[in-house]
Design a protein around this ligand. Sequence first.
Ligand SMILES: Cc1ncc(COP(=O)(O)O)c(C=O)c1O
Length: 374
Amino acid sequence: MDEFIPMSRPYIGEEEIDAVSEVLKSGWITTGPKCSEFEEKFAKLVGVPYTVSVSSGTAGMHLVLKLMGIGPGDEVITPSMTFASTVNQITLAGARPVFADVDYNTMLIKPEEVDRLISPRTKAIIPVHFAGAPVDMDAIEQASRGIPVIEDAAHAIGTIYKGAHVGSRGNVAIFSFHPIKNITTAEGGMVVASDEFMVKGLKLLRFHGIERDAWKRYGKASDPGYDIKEPGFKYNMPDIQAALGLAQLSKIDEITNKRNRIASMYLDGLSDVEGIDLPGIPGYPHTHAWHLFVVKIKSMDRGGFMRALADNNIGYGLHFPACHKLSYVRKKFGDVYLPETDVLSEKILSIPIYPGMNDEQVYRVIDVIKRVLG
Ligand SMILES: Cc1ncc(COP(=O)(O)O)c(C=O)c1O
């Protein structure tokens, strides 16, 4: 039997292991200097003055919604084709998720949907740079009529839209470093915000509401006291994880290039397979981060296709079960009809893509798909 090809695998080498070991030996392992360095270097990548690290993308979304004052009676527009964490956070804030349909080919939110769904209660719009492809932000910002846009950039580390990194347009943007993501800190997230009130609030709320960083309070001859003006959470990123992130960040170009190479091989090798539709590529200038490679299975049922992949020792993922079909969402907010998302939710499957995947493995996946669907 051929070896198992997972859907995703973190790209961890000796640099990461050394970086984490160095922190472990240093005597300071939680949030501290490595975290600050990671925030600075990530800000440089995105092209913004500063970023705020958090314990996950979900934690970042929680804080952002809170700082925007989103609560009962408010609506937030987001695609249903997203990770449930966003919809959970909107719901937990007491607000209502209003689901926008996505384009079948690119799986990106349709700007005309944003325009259609805006109401006097709309307090934010959360487009998703799905699978590492950038949303058409010019069109979204135009459709948003000045309502705040929170860019879900969980998939978009390395994604360039019209010459600039995703997250650099002045909106709030949230990145994720979950192990499946293009760079990882095991768990973690980064929030980009240009508004000073938002940045200050994020820094306070991510650590109990305490104004000064712990590592500054525990230093030599420092003042260990603190005050809290508003209670906060425990969403800080430890230095062990930031060190891992720094080592990963130094390889971002290599990671993006490797992912792009695999995607090109798939687009080429699967182009004549009639039983699937391949990811659509946006027409505007961009660099795709190829976080995921999502195909749509047309000629057989998805369950059978997954079993065939499993029989051939090939992994797969589902990004995502449509959020408007989740039990609690239907129960709480009722049924919605989203023509393209409804079709996608039955047909999509993510096939293996990760920087450590070699050509032979990519060809094996292509051969198996051709054999199963051919
Ligand atoms: C589209 C999207 N949004 C948000 C998240 C949440 O990120 P995290 O897992 O870091 O909380 C994820 C991923 O997990 C995601 O895929």
